[in-house]
Design a protein around this ligand. Structure first.
Ligand code: FAD
Length: 410
């Protein structure tokens, strides 16, 4: 049985795991990435990934600092300048990039584009070795030299193992870390549609009692739809004919973008809130969805995961300077302290939002309308909300800062 040695072993080469591998590889850590399936690399030019992400400015800065942003823009990203949130027969709030002197509020990017761009960058780094297709059959935790065994019997020893293997993290389970959370009794229906009135460089979100309907702009007249609703309605929406679906969706969006027409397949994702009770154990750290899963209504899941990985990079560089073992609990506690509070706050905010808006009680509706109306009229409050969504408020890890800001601060 062969045994290999690395500084860091990362389980999962999804968006968060691959970004972490690039960041650590660039800092001359010897990294192994274990991924069960290759990233998509070749797709017909007129096809669309039904999984997309709204990428914040902080995440864009991370991709730029990792030298992966150019690959992403070559493959296709869509900036949006405006966000419109409304409730039928109620108030509306609009956020404009120009209000805060920014060129855009973020970008909508297909998940396959993000992953491929990061894999392309990973492939350029001699310090990163990819094991794919592969998965982990056992884990041995230790503060100084944790190890994993792959399904083909290869043993990998490292100074730290990172679980970036998603919401159903096998590594988290092997480590005996339990989760808290609950199902939302909601399913997100996702697909791509063409809009009669074009995408207007805007994200649209309508709150309905059954859940939010989000329209995320892509290319010139396309939207990626994330429609969170009851499991029963989701079942209907995914099984009805395309023409029925177009009629129901156009009505639900109040035809703000004209008639909407389905392109390609529809997908459905049951939604849940989930949080790991611990992010760390001696020799192990959890990042991304392995640590936390939130409601997609504010499009923050992968942005939080990228913040985790950026924080972990700061912590590991700090430990290396002080010659501390990366897998030691005092080192890893800095990472957990740096991220858990923010993740819980975001998860709580999304949970509250979901509850407040998925309710038809008249007093709640009045408060919602008052809140949205007030936020729309008070520009300092509105601008604060925008800056928060951009992920650039407060003290953030080095990788999330733009290069000009980084050099000015450091
Ligand atoms: C409908 C919907 C819409 C969303 N929209 C947004 C949005 O607009 N913006 C946003 O920020 N977030 C959004 N999210 C959340 C976002 O998709 C997740 O937070 C993100 O995918 C998490 O990335 P990750 O790398 O942590 O995990 P994953 O994307 O789950 O990646 C895990 C990787 O690990 C691999 N893996 C798993 N198990 C193993 C194993 N045993 N061995 C080897 N490899 C393994 C998988 O193949 C995968 O490549 C949305 C989520 C949903 C459901």
């Amino acid at each position: 049985m062969s045994e290999k040695h690395f500084d860091i072993v990362i389980a999962g080469g999804g968006m968060v795991g691959a970004a972490l591998a690039c960041a650590l590889g660039e800092q001359h850590f010897r990294v192994a990435v274990i991924e069960r399936q290759p990233a998509a690399s070749d797709w017909p030019s007129n096809s669309h990934d039904i999984r997309v992400s709204a990428i914040s400015r902080a995440s864009q800065n991370i991709f730029t600092n990792l030298d992966a942003w150019r690959n992403m823009t070559d493959l296709g990203v869509t900036p949006y300048e405006q966000m419109v949130v409304w409730e039928s027969g109620g108030a509306e709030i609009r956020f404009h990039a120009a209000d805060i002197g920014e060129p855009d509020l973020g970008h909508i990017i297909e998940n396959r584009v993000i992953q491929l761009a990061l894999w392309q960058r990973m492939g350029q780094l001699e310090t990163v070795q990819l094991f794919c297709p592969a998965s982990i059959s056992s884990l041995q935790l230790d503060e100084l030299e944790p190890q994993v065994t792959l399904n083909d019997g290869t043993r990998l020893a490292a100074a730290l193992i990172v679980a970036a293997d998603g919401a159903r993290s096998a590594l988290r389970e092997m480590a005996g870390i339990s989760t808290t959370g609950w199902g939302y009794d909601q399913t997100a229906v996702v697909c791509t549609v063409q809009a009669e009135l074009g995408n207007q460089a805007s994200c649209w979100q309508r709150f309905m009692p059954s859940g939010p309907l989000a329209l995320l702009p892509m290319e010139t007249d396309l939207f990626s739809i994330v429609w969170s609703t009851t499991p029963e309605q989701a079942e209907e929406l995914t099984s009805m004919s395309a023409s029925e679906f177009n009629a129901v969706l156009s009505r639900a969006s109040e035809r703000r973008l004209g008639e909407l027409a389905l392109i390609g397949e529809r997908g459905a994702f049951p939604l849940r809130l989930q949080h790991a009770r611990q992010y760390i154990k001696p020799g192990l750290a959890l990042v991304g969805d392995a640590a936390h899963v939130i409601h997609p209504l504010a499009g923050q899941g992968v942005n939080l995961g990228l913040m985790d990985m950026a924080e972990l990079v700061d912590v590991l560089l700090h430990a290396r300077e002080r010659q501390q073992p990366p897998g030691a609990l005092p080192v890893l506690r800095r990472y957990e302290r740096g991220r858990k509070g923010d993740n819980i706050a975001m998860q709580g905010a999304m949970d509250l939002f979901k509850k407040v808006f998925s309710n038809d009680l008249l007093p709640l509706k009045a408060v919602r309308n008052l809140g949205l109306g007030l936020a729309n009229q008070l520009s300092p409050l509105r601008n604060l909300l925008i800056r928060n969504a951009l992920g650039t408020l407060g003290s953030t890890p080095a990788l999330t800062r733009s290069q000009t800001t980084t050099s000015a601060r450091d």
